[in-house]
Design a protein around this ligand. Structure first.
Ligand code: HEC
Length: 172
């Protein structure tokens, strides 16, 4: 088991201990895999999996990058394991393979990135009224060959971004 998974396992063990759940679960090597859980706690761990099955593989696929983005093949004394399984069951064993899986769903992936970037840029959640803006940006990003610069440019040009008020600006 590599260090990240071990580390995550240990952290999960601490979380579970802090939450006062029985010690049997803390000994399970993969706390997010319901199959590895002891029967009594399977449902409990399934509730973790509802989020972690989606998030964790993305992190595993990026394990070859250290905290400041440098490529690495070892994590301390342990070889990096950048394999994972996406919620749709597709598996990868390197960042390049994960990328290929995303590329096979480029429009959906791009729309998700657009929504996240717009949320970040506006500093607020998106509502139904923002849907047309996202559609519009998405069309232009697709027409521009899905370049990241196009995405930034179109967000900055968008009406919600242009009409955003700075925290210290005039109110009301
Ligand atoms: C509603 C969604 C959700 C559920 C359910 C959930 N988590 Fe999380 N968990 C998160 C998010 C979001 C993070 C933060 C991820 C990040 O920023 O790196 C996180 C982070 C963690 C981390 C730290 C991982 C790391 O490497 O830093 C541990 C450990 C963890 N969760 C354990 C659990 C356990 C155990 C359960 C079930 C009891 C659980 N989580 C259920 C969303 C969830």
């Amino acid at each position: 088991m590599d260090r990240l998974k071990l580390g995550t396992g240990l952290m999960a063990a601490m979380v579970i201990t802090a939450l006062g759940v029985g010690s049997a679960v803390t000994q399970a090597a993969g706390p997010f895999t319901a199959a590895q859980a002891t029967a009594g706690h399977a449902a409990y761990l399934e509730s973790c999996a509802s989020c972690h099955n989606k998030m964790d593989p993305l992190g595993f696929g990026l394990e070859n990058y250290d905290g400041i983005g440098r490529w690495r093949t070892m994590d301390g004394k342990f070889p990096v394991d950048s394999s994972g399984t996406l919620p749709n069951g597709k598996t990868f064993s390197s960042p390049a393979e994960m990328r290929t899986l995303f590329q096979s769903q480029l429009p959906a992936f791009s729309r998700c990135v657009t929504e996240k970037m717009l949320t970040y840029s506006l500093g607020r959640g998106l509502g139904a009224a923002d849907r047309r803006v996202v559609d519009d940006i998405e069309r232009k990003v697709a027409a521009g060959g899905y370049g990241f610069q196009t995405l930034i440019f179109e967000i900055v040009r968008s009406l919600p971004f242009q009409s955003r008020r700075g925290e210290n600006g005039p109110k009301g």
